[in-house]
Write a protein that binds this ligand. Structure first.
Ligand SMILES: Nc1ncnc2c1ncn2[C@@H]1O[C@H](COP(=O)(O)OP(=O)(O)OP(=O)(O)O)[C@@H](O)[C@H]1O
Length: 452
């Protein structure tokens, strides 16, 4: 039975929803305040959270961003709050539903959320009592390439390196352009490590003001500085026994770098305002999209910290350099958004594949995902056409294969034969490798009259 947490301060509405969902076979817990909701999330395992965005003591959007990688969240909004709901979706909410809604609409959204497949297993930022159970439910989806059968040499090498470094306690510096999947990689490492049943905590160092970084790292006691209205646990303590992922680590101020280095060396921290030292056992993964080595040479990043963070480094290739993966990822996102937006689109047109193959994808996998989400939303037939793609993709002028040219035809024939050999004559995999649809591959095989 799926367990759902409803966060709603309107008592009668919450009770009505609770009764209705219980009648439909769900196990429901209602919290009327954000704080109580947070407590429930720490103590119990939920498969879904349904939350009002406006709770008196809590920022619903913040909750969404905290939970986004662990539990699907559906937000309930008032009639006039669609823009807030869209913001919540950008922050990672699974979906939103506007009041008033019919019971059937609610059941359909819940059904979609409970059956949406995560790409890799996600750890929650809240430590639940029964972590091992949630890990079993997530199964072993820790290897990105295995999940998606990514075919490029770069992806396979990355996967091998992840498998080698994950079970160690080495700190790993993950380097790559924005949107290449650095956080996804960090989670995959955590999932393959023997810390996987402990928390994975991500901290975006680029988003914290430098005055607050120490408090984010180490926590504080109530009253220790203006604005410290309650005791706060820092990321090191929250990640104890598990993994701390420091995103955009190159953005830390020099002073924050010193504080971090000290904590890593001593393996002990003190909350701000406290004299008590707490031992912490945390594995550090960090990510950067800038050249940290150059930052060290320029004196902007401490060399000693750089070496502490970089016991092993992983370079995530840009999407344009991952020949062969684009088709797999595109098909994966098509399936994902078909499910999410309740569509049944079968494929992309050949012209769309050509645009995809020619475009340079500056926003990498994140951009591909967004482009496909938009196209799925706009498509009303069973094939995605170029008119659903954003302008900037169309400006990259795809080249069509000129079948009249003998040398290109020979080249194409050779590519098809090679791809089939490499995939043991599995046509689906060969089509993915060639970044064409299965239909196109069959057409080409017939066209060249290849005897396979
Ligand atoms: N191998 C993958 N398979 C499926 N989805 C992926 C993969 N890699 C990345 N993504 C998706 O692409 C988006 C960007 O990934 P992620 O946040 O890990 O990138 P990033 O490099 O950490 O980005 P940034 O530098 O901007 O923080 C996410 O929505 C993620 O789910």
């Amino acid at each position: 039975m799926s367990k759902i947490l409803i966060l709603e301060d309107d008592t009668s509405f919450a009770q009505m929803l609770k009764k209705f969902l219980e009648r439909n076979g769900f196990d429901i817990v209602v919290s009327q305040t954000g704080l109580d909701g947070e407590k429930q999330l720490k103590e119990q395992n939920f498969q879904l959270v349904i939350t009002d965005l406006r709770l008196p003591d809590y920022d619903g959007i913040k909750l969404v961003s905290q939970l986004k990688d662990s539990i699907p969240v559906i937000v309930i909004t008032g009639y006039a709050e669609v823009s807030t709901a869209v913001k919540a979706m950008k922050m990672g909410a699974y979906d939103y539903i506007s009041k008033p809604f019919t019971p059937d609409q609610m059941l359909a959204v819940i059904d979609g959320a409970l059956h949406a497949k995560p790409i890799i297993s996600k750890e929650t930022a809240f430590t639940t009592k029964n972590d091992s159970k949630s890990t079993v439910e997530n199964e072993d989806k820790s290897s990105i390439s295995n999940d998606l059968e990514l075919l490029s040499e770069a992806a396979q090498k990355l996967d091998e390196h992840i498998a080698l470094v994950a079970p160690t306690d080495m700190s790993v510096l993950i380097i790559g352009e924005s949107g290449t999947g650095k956080e996804v990689t960090a989670k995959a490492i955590h999932q393959k490590s023997n810390r996987k049943e402990k928390p994975f905590i991500a901290l975006d160092c680029g988003a914290i003001p430098k005055e607050l970084a120490a408090s984010e790292f180490f926590g504080h006691l109530k009253g220790s500085f203006t604005g410290a209205i309650a005791d706060k646990i820092g990321s090191f303590e929250a990640a104890n026994g598990g993994t701390l992922f420091l995103d955009e680590v190159g953005n830390l101020s020099y002073e924050n770098q010193i504080q971090l280095l000290r904590a890593l060396q001593e393996r002990k921290i003190k909350r701000i305002g406290s004299n008590t030292e707490v031992e912490v056992n945390v594995r550090i993964l960090s990510a950067t999209n800038e050249d940290l080595k150059a930052a060290v040479e320029k004196g902007n990043f401490r060399e000693d910290l750089y070496h502490r963070l970089n016991e092993f480094s992983l370079q995530i290739p840009a999407l344009k350099d991952r020949q062969g993966d684009l088709a797999v990822l595109a098909s994966h996102f098509l399936e994902k958004f078909n499910q999410k937006l309740n569509k049944q689109i079968l494929d992309f047109s050949d012209e769309v594949w050509n645009v995809f193959n020619t475009y340079h994808w500056p926003g990498n996998i994140r951009e591909l995902q967004n482009v496909i989400q938009r196209a799925v939303l706009l498509t009303t037939t069973n094939e995605i056409q170029v008119n659903t793609l954003p302008e900037e993709l169309m400006r990259s002028k795809p080249e069509r294969i000129d079948l009249g040219s003998v040398s290109k035809a020979d080249f194409e024939k050779e590519q098809i034969v090679n791809a089939l050999k490499r995939t043991n004559y599995n046509k689906s995999k060969a089509a993915k490798l060639l970044q064409v649809t299965r239909k196109t591959l069959y057409n080409r095989i017939n066209y060249y009259d290849l005897d396979l």
